[in-house]
Design a protein around this ligand. Structure first.
Ligand code: NAD
Ligand code: WQD
Length: 340
């Protein structure tokens, strides 16, 4: 079986991707220093797939310890690099921590890919690389605007580092996946998103409010130039997102003559407003959400959603879940994790 190294495998998107990889015949190991997770997701993965996945509790900023993992696993055919710090707000106040963690870990893992001859590399990028763009929907060729925060800048810089590296390293091929707004959970409710503190992202804010972890929530602005005045985003179900990684890996393995570095948007290509998201939650859970309309949040773009043609046509990726499925699974997960 083909073995894949997943960095950040105990985290939100990494754990769901491991499930999809195993379901498609791959074997996975993880490197995660547990700075924003614990190993409970591995038990969820075991229950869902019947497979025990090993995590190496290693900080990827430590090159020596990272190398040791490759020495012990000479049969790795691909690396999916999720590990990073991801809080937009925190990055504004701790820029050096973000640059250090997100870029040093990337440089180390690329160093190992070259040294150990791992031919396939997939990087978690983000639609935040586009900045406040006016071009909609966003294609892979839409130019970057100024990054809105140091976190987004680490993704812009990470992409450039990989492009420069692969240009002179023909033995390693890379794909950059620009995720839009990942949300939802595995349908079993055995794994999901577990913010360490209270969440900032819309979907977990909604479920935390409904379960009573917050008294109420605020919709940030209803005076934008959109169909109902609230901001528009492209919410992508985490299991559809997970499958994009498997499809990429299969694509890289099948097509050895691909470009050194390919880029794909990973969104469903449809914009959903904040109020539509709230309504979808109320509809699928048959309960009222305690929310109020508040002022705009600083730094928010009015609207962003993907053109997903390239991912569909080149990878054969076909997301099937919409905002209602996202709300249903996020709510089941919120109930399960709160009951623990
Ligand atoms: P997450 O925090 O749940 O998972 C990341 C994991 O990486 C965590 O388990 C953390 O402990 C680990 N990690 C961080 N730094 C590490 C280091 N130096 N060494 C080893 N492990 C380390 O985050 P996620 O939501 O699963 O995000 C995964 C990736 O996707 C990240 O690169 C993130 O920037 C990117 N992304 C996320 C979103 C989103 O909204 N969740 C959107 C776009 C892009
Ligand atoms: C979505 C919409 C808010 C909370 C962030 C990162 C981005 C990427 C994805 C990593 C916005 C509104 C939210 C609330 C609200 N992550 N909202 N009330 O800001 O689109 O993107 O996550 O790469 O880089 O910036 O996601 O979930 O925070 O917000 O009204 O309590 O929900 O204003 O319109 P965002 P989000």
């Amino acid at each position: 079986m083909k073995k894949v190294l997943v960095t950040g495998g105990c985290g939100y998107i990494g754990s769901h991707t491991i499930v999809d990889l195993i379901n498609n015949g791959f074997d996975a190991i993880s490197i995660d220093n547990l700075s924003n997770s614990d190993e409970s997701a591995l038990e969820g993965i075991r229950q869902i797939t019947g497979k025990a996945v090993r995590n190496y509790e290693v900080d990827l900023c430590d090159l020596t310890k990272t190398r040791e993992v490759f020495e012990k696993n000479p049969d790795i055919v691909g690396i999916i690099h999720f590990a990073a710090l991801k809080s937009v707000g925190e990055s504004v106040f701790q820029p050096l921590r973000y640059f250090h963690n997100n870029l040093e870990s990337l440089i180390n893992i690329l160093t190992c890919a070259k040294e150990f001859g791992v031919p396939n590399f997939i990087f978690s990028s983000s639609c935040s690389v586009y900045g406040n763009t006016a071009e909609l929907p966003v294609t892979e060729d839409t130019p970057f605007q100024e990054a809105e925060c140091p976190y987004a800048r680490t993704k812009q810089m990470g992409e450039k580092i990989i492009e420069d590296f692969t240009k002179v390293t023909p033995e390693v091929k890379a794909v950059l996946l620009r995720y839009f707004n990942p949300a939802g959970a595995h349908e079993s409710a055995l794994i999901g998103e577990s913010p360490r503190n209270l969440a900032n992202n819309l979907v977990p804010v909604i479920t935390e409010t409904a379960i009573g972890k917050r008294e109420s929530m605020t919709v940030f602005g209803n005076d934008y130039d959109t169909r109902d005045g609230s901001c528009i985003r492209d919410y992508i179900h985490v299991m559809d997102l997970a499958n994009a990684h498997t499809k990429c890996l299969e694509y890289l393995i099948k097509n050895e003559d691909t470009k050194a570095c390919e880029i794909f948007n990973v969104g469903i290509g449809e914009g959903v407003t904040v109020l539509e998201a709230v309504n979808a939650f109320e509809k699928v859970t048959r309960q009222k959400l305690n929310y109020k309309i508040g002022p705009r949040r600083a730094g928010d773009v009015v609207a962003i959603y993907a053109n997903k043609s390239k991912s569909e046509n080149v990878l054969g990726w076909n997301p099937t879940r919409g905002i209602e499925e996202i709300m249903k699974t996020a709510w089941a997960w919120e109930q399960a994790r709160t009951a623990e």
